[in-house]
Design a protein around this ligand. Structure first.
Ligand SMILES: *[C@@H]1O[C@H](CO)[C@@H](O)[C@H](O)[C@H]1NC(C)=O
Ligand SMILES: *[C@@H]1O[C@H](CO)[C@@H](O)[C@H](O)[C@H]1NC(C)=O
Ligand SMILES: *[C@@H]1O[C@H](CO)[C@@H](O)[C@H](O)[C@H]1NC(C)=O
Ligand SMILES: *[C@@H]1O[C@H](CO)[C@@H](O)[C@H](O)[C@H]1NC(C)=O
Length: 573
C-alpha cells in the first residue's frame, strides 16, 4: 500500500516512502529507534517493514574518479534498535542516481550500536577515507572511526573495510561522550598535520567544535582549545568547515588557505534543527576559527536555507572546480494520519553550487547546472506590468513539476512600507507571518503563487516585501505554507518560512527562481543570496489541477521583465 503521490525533482535523488504505517502501542521502542538527537520524531507510529525515512544527515558526499558518491543515514530495520547505516548511491551528474549496497553498517565492537554521520576525505595518492561516528553501547557512547574502500579499482567503491585499529578517537574525560559526533572532512595544515573537527556540547548549552590533529591520520591528538564554540547554542551536529574564494565563484579544496580565502563554519543545531553558518577567518597560528564581527553564532545567525533543510554537507568537486552543498529536507508531522496522507517522507534537496558573495557578508547558492538537463517545454513572458491585486497565470507547462525564473523590476522605492521597529528582534519568519501575501503593501508583496488551486483556495506564495528602514531598505523573502493546503489539521506543519535578502536595490530589480515539485518548493532569491525550501501538502492543487501565477499585492506597480518557466522531466533513480 505504497501511496506515491510525487514524481519529484527532489525525489529524483531519493525516494523515501513511508510504506505501511501502523500505530504502535508502545512509545518506548520508537523513541529508542531514534537517536537521542531526534526529539522531533516522537512518533506514535513506525513502519511495518524495512523502510524508514533517512535520518538527518548527509554523510560525506564526494567526487572520486569521475563519480559522485552520496552516503546518507538510513534506518534499515524498524525493529532493530540503532540500525543506522551509511546507505550509498552513485551518480555521474548528481541528478540521476544508482543505489548500491550499504557502505557501512554496525558490525564491530566500535560501532555495534550505530554507524552515525561523518565525512569523506581524499588522502594523498587519491585514496578516499571515511571518518564516521560509531555507537559502542546502549548508552549511546560515541567514538570516531574510519573506513577505507576494499578495492580502489572498483569504480563504484561498493565495499568498505573498517580496519582493526578502530576507533581512532574516543572521548576523554572533558568530553560528554554522548554528545560527540560527526567528524568533518579533514584538512591538511601547512605543518603537515591533518585536522578534523567533532561536534559536541558542554555545560550551560555551549556548543563546540573540538579540534583533533594527526600526522598519519591514525593517531589523533585533541587540541587544547576548541576550534570554535558558542554559548547557549546547544549541541552541534554535522559541523562543516571549508574555505571559499574571494576571487570568483569557484570552489577550493578543503585544505586551501591564503589571502583571497575566507572560511565558513556551518553547524547544525540539534536544539532547533536548522543549519547555521558564519563566515570568518581561519587563524592558522592559533588553530582557531574566528567569525567576522558582523556574524552571529546560533539561531539569530545566517542560515543556508530558511526552510526545511538540515544536516547538510559540502564537498569540493574538482571536475568542475566548485563546492557543492547537499542537504536533507525533513518532514515528520505530529499525526500519523498526516504522514500516511503524504505517503513518503524525507528527501534530499537538489545539490547546489555554493560560493561567497563579493560583499563577504553571506554565501550564495544555485542549483547545479546539471539540473537544467531536465528542463523540457519552455514558456516565457516579457515586460508584463502587474498592478496591485493582479495575478497572471503561467500557462503551457506542468506547474506541479516546474522550474521558474523571474526578474521583477519597479520604478521607485518610494512606496516601500516602514519597517516596524518592534520587528527588529523577531525572526524573518515571524514578520512574514504578520505581513503575508494577503496583507497589501507598498513595494510588494510580489512574487509567485506556486502549487495553487484554480481559485486560490490553496497556494504557496513565494514573494518579496521591501521595507524602509532608517538607514537602508530591508528585503524580506517569504515562502509561506500557511495556505498551502485546505486540509486544515491543527498540527500540520505549515510555517511561513522567510529570510532577509542582502541585496542592493539600486537597479530596482529583484529576481526569483523556484523549483516546484509537487510537494516541494525550493526558492532562490536575488540569484541565490537567500534560499528557502518548503515542503507542502496540497489537497486540491495536485497534478493537472495545479496552477502557477505571478502576483503583486502592493501599490507600486511591478513589471515582470523576464519570466522563463519550464516543465521538468523526472530523473532516473
Ligand atoms: C577490484 O575491482 C576491479 C574492477 O571492478 C575488478 O576487476 C577486480 O577483480 C577487483 N578486485 C578484487 C580483489 O575484488
Ligand atoms: C551529556 O549530555 C547529556 C545531554 O545534554 C546530559 O544529560 C548528560 O548529563 C551529559 N553528561 C555529562 C557527563 O555531562
Ligand atoms: C522539520 O524540522 C523542523 C525543525 O526542527 C520541525 O519544526 C518540523 O516539525 C519538522 N517537520 C516538518 C514537516 O518540516
Ligand atoms: C492580495 O490581497 C487581497 C486583499 O487582502 C487578498 O484578498 C488576496 O488574497 C491577496 N493575494 C494573495 C495572492 O495573497
Amino acid at each position: 500500500m505504497v501511496i506515491l503521490r510525487n514524481r519529484s525533482l527532489c525525489l529524483f535523488l531519493f525516494m523515501f516512502f513511508l510504506v505501511v504505517l501502523e500505530v504502535h502501542a508502545s512509545h518506548e521502542i520508537n523513541r529508542k529507534l531514534q537517536s537521542t538527537s531526534h526529539n522531533v520524531v516522537k512518533k506514535i507510529l513506525r513502519p511495518k517493514f524495512h523502510f524508514r525515512p533517512p535520518k538527518h544527515w548527509i554523510n560525506g558526499p564526494m567526487y572520486y574518479n569521475g563519480i559522485y558518491h552520496l552516503f546518507y543515514q538510513y534506518n534499515t530495520k524498524g525493529e532493530v534498535w540503532g540500525n543506522i547505516v551509511w546507505a550509498h548511491s552513485v551518480s555521474i551528474d548528481m541528478i540521476n542516481w544508482i543505489n548500491l549496497e550499504h557502505a557501512i553498517y554496525p558490525s564491530e565492537v566500535f560501532d555495534k550500536y550505530g554507524t552515525w554521520s561523518g565525512s569523506t576525505t581524499i588522502l594523498p595518492g587519491n585514496k578516499p577515507v571515511i571518518l564516521y561516528t560509531g555507537i559502542v553501547d546502549d548508552e549511546q557512547t560515541q567514538v570516531q572511526n574510519y573506513a577505507i574502500p576494499a578495492n580502489l579499482s572498483d569504480p563504484f567503491l561498493r565495499k568498505w573495510i573498517k580496519p582493526d585499529n578502530n576507533p581512532l578517537v574516543v572521548a576523554d574525560e572533558s568530553i560528554n561522550k554522548t554528545k560527540f559526533r560527526d567528524p568533518t572532512t579533514a584538512w591538511l595544515g601547512q605543518d603537515g598535520s591533518w585536522r578534523m573537527l567533532v561536534g559536541s556540547l558542554r555545560k550551560n548549552k555551549r556548543g563546540l567544535a573540538i579540534l583533533y590533529r594527526s600526522r598519519d591520520f591514525m593517531k589523533w591528538t585533541k587540541a587544547q582549545h576548541p576550534f570554535h564554540s558558542a554559548a547557549k547554542t546547544g549541541n552541534w551536529e554535522c559541523v562543516d568547515f571549508f574555505p571559499v574564494s574571494l576571487e570568483n565563484t569557484d570552489g577550493v579544496d578543503t585544505s586551501v588557505i591564503g589571502d583571497k580565502i575566507k572560511h565558513v563554519l556551518k553547524i547544525s543545531l540539534d536544539d532547533n534543527r536548522w543549519d547555521y553558518y558564519t563566515i570568518g577567518t581561519y587563524d592558522t597560528k592559533n588553530d582557531r576559527y574566528v567569525p567576522d564581527d558582523t556574524m552571529i553564532d546560533g539561531s539569530h545567525g545566517l542560515r543556508l536555507d530558511y526552510g526545511n533543510f538540515y544536516a547538510s554537507k559540502t564537498f569540493y568537486d574538482p571536475s568542475k572546480n566548485r563546492r557543492i552543498l547537499m542537504g536533507w529536507c525533513n518532514e515528520s508531522d505530529v499525526f500519523p494520519t498526516d504522514d500516511i496522507y503524504k505517503g513518503w517522507s524525507g528527501i534530499q534537496a537538489i545539490p547546489r553550487k555554493l560560493w561567497i558573495d563579493p560583499s563577504g557578508k553571506h554565501l550564495v547558492q544555485w542549483p547545479i547546472e546539471e539540473l537544467e538537463t531536465l528542463r523540457k517545454k519552455k514558456v516565457e513572458l516579457r515586460n508584463y506590468k502587474l498592478n496591485k491585486g493582479e495575478n497572471i497565470e503561467v500557462q503551457g507547462i506542468t506547474p506541479a513539476q516546474a522550474d521558474v525564473e523571474v526578474t521583477f523590476s519597479f520604478s521607485s522605492l518610494e512606496n516601500a512600507e516602514e519597517f516596524d521597529p518592534s520587528w527588529v528582534d523577531l525572526y524573518a519568519e515571524d514578520v512574514c507571518a504578520i505581513r503575508g501575501s494577503t496583507v497589501q503593501g507598498g513595494l510588494g508583496p510580489f512574487g509567485l503563487l506556486t502549487l495553487s488551486s484554480e481559485n486560490l483556495e490553496e497556494y504557496t506564495p513565494v514573494f518579496f516585501r521591501v521595507f524602509k528602514n532608517p538607514d537602508k531598505y530591508k528585503v524580506l523573502m517569504c515562502s509561506d505554507a500557511s495556505r498551502s493546503s485546505v486540509r486544515n489539521h491543527k498540527k500540520m506543519f505549515k510555517p511561513s518560512f522567510a529570510g532577509y535578502v542582502d541585496v542592493d536595490l539600486t537597479d530596482k530589480k529583484l529576481s526569483l527562481r523556484s523549483l516546484i515539485d509537487h510537494s516541494v518548493v525550493a526558492s532562490f532569491g536575488a540569484g541565490g543570496k537567500t534560499c528557502i525550501t518548503s515542503r507542502v501538502y496540497p489537497a486540491l492543487s495536485i497534478y493537472g489541477d495545479t496552477h502557477l501565477f505571478a502576483f503583486n499585492n502592493g501599490t507600486e506597480t511591478v513589471k515582470i521583465d523576464t519570466l522563463d518557466a519550464w516543465s521538468m522531466d523526472k530523473a532516473d533513480m
